[in-house]
Design a protein around this ligand. Sequence first.
Ligand SMILES: [Zn+2]
Length: 503
Amino acid sequence: MSSVLRLYVRRLLRSALLLMAVIVPAAFAAPQDSITSLSYQLQPALVDGKLEALDMRMAFDMPASGLARIRPPQGIGQETPSRKVMATAVHAGTLASTSDGIWTLHAAAGSRVEILYRLTPATDATLVGGSGYQDILMGADWFQGMGENLFAHPDGDTKAVVRFEWKGPVTWMLVTPLQELAKAGPLTLQNLLQTTMVGGTHVQRATRPIRGGTLRMAAVGHWMIPLDGYADIAAAVISEQRAFWNDTTGPFTVTVVAMDRNDYFNAGVGRDGAFAAYVARKVTPVTVHGLITHEYTHMWIPRRTGRMPDGADEPLAYWYSEGFTVFHTSRAMLGSGAWTLQDFANDFNSISTGYDMSPARHITNSEVATGFWKSRDVQEVPYKRGAILAWILDARLRARTQGHKTMNEVLLHMRDRFAANPSLGVRANLVRSYADEGGGAIEDWLSRYIDKGEQMALPGRLFEGCLKMLEEQKAGIGRVRSVMVVPGLSEDALKGCVKRIGR
Ligand SMILES: [Zn+2]
């Protein structure tokens, strides 16, 4: 996610090594050198009743070295700390900033220190401009933030237990999955960094029973969200996916922001026990249905089906986490009746023609990782490339097992293997699980189609009898494939197609 984080760790390691060369005995004798008892208090900064900023009061016990390095909130996929964050006061210590924006705090060993910092709002345009989710979205009486853009923190142990407290006025309400997580046990820094929250004076709320728990939905933003309709859709999707995977219970939270834009923009980000959704005015219920299915599928793809590569290497496996999620979502949308076969064909075509016509379709997987947060074209590659690969793998498995097995069995097998061995990587798990289910060896395909970026060709008979595969030669691009619904299908034939493709 953040290459700077990695660089910073490397730099720290290097200086630690240099230090050890000089004072080896002292280094070995040194007690644990990390800050402890970390706590946060969040408060809206109101001027004449209007929200201007958010104020965070961060407190902790100093390490024995008397030096603490704190990373200010940075957002998701960003390389430098946010410019919208400013330290406003320090109690019992002295704060300085390094050239890469890290806060360094000097104070007496073991003393309790406080850093107060202020978070000023992003604009909706920041979110949409492809720069990622870097800052807090705010209106006069509401805000939405994610852990990465709220919490300053030390590098290192994200499993450390922390405290979080909301100090809003009584007229303000906060909704965050942290409230549910705190009921189940102590919160960790990881919980905070991986969270979403909405707060305000008029937070729209809805709750629904779901399979194995309760759904809480909360919305803020520039216009009234049709929240009851959204909650009905979310409850159905979550219960359906929980039934498919049959391994999850517990509460779930969805935060929604009504974006100030009059188009079809929608986006979601998976969180701990939650996801954050962003929707523009023209978004339709069926788009929301797709968004929720995609985001909720991330609870398994990749979260419960394998380990993702760490840090800046994470995008190396987005072909799986995003591509297979796109694939699984398309099938769930068709199978659940949210899409007709024609809707499915339209969506499939956006993936297929988008893939064949993408200027980035031939980039290598390492180029995906380096360019993911920098270029829109690059960002789309793993979604489309991974989805096409999943369809091809699905067709091959069906063919080899006379239609008895589909990718569903592979995904469930991956979940079981990962539950038994939590160090298993997504790629290794897919390779093995696919072979176990009878699909054969796929390392060669992964190396060609994913690592080297060789263009895949969809089999002509992929959706035989339901969707006809069309091929067009486009000047300067090459072969572009799309599908059309076979004309004149009977009602029964259509049902059969939905059943077959949607499974
Ligand atoms: Zn996704």
